[in-house]
Design a protein around this ligand. Sequence first.
Ligand SMILES: [Zn+2]
Ligand SMILES: [Zn+2]
Length: 136
Amino acid sequence: MNTYDKLHMLIDLTTEYCGLNHGPDTRREDYPASNYIVIPFGYQENAVTEVSVRDLVIPICLECSQALTQDEWTLIYCFECNNSRWLLRKYAKNDYRHHIIFLHGCPDCSNEFGGLYFCEEPKEQFVYQPMAAVAG
Ligand SMILES: [Zn+2]
Ligand SMILES: [Zn+2]
């Protein structure tokens, strides 16, 4: 992602809303985006060639960006249908350690389940900080 793209995203922030799930009785408009998570997705063609397919960009609100940098919650996000849900790790059946688990297909969409993609440290690697970018 180049500087021009990032600037463009910055401007768009003022009109974006959180792309993550806040529960059944919430309105998207109540959660203005304050940040983006940018996840570069690629696949390994062979041992030497890595092909970058696309960047997945999700606008997120302050509340969600805080949840993603703490260890209480794990976000499950399906990038086939963009549905997401939060798991409180304390009550989860499995022992979740990742901040984000991406699904290729989920029970909410008709896509066949195609695997998992784990995201360990969204804070350092993937959260785009608009203020820091402007200062730099
Ligand atoms: Zn949110
Ligand atoms: Zn899905």
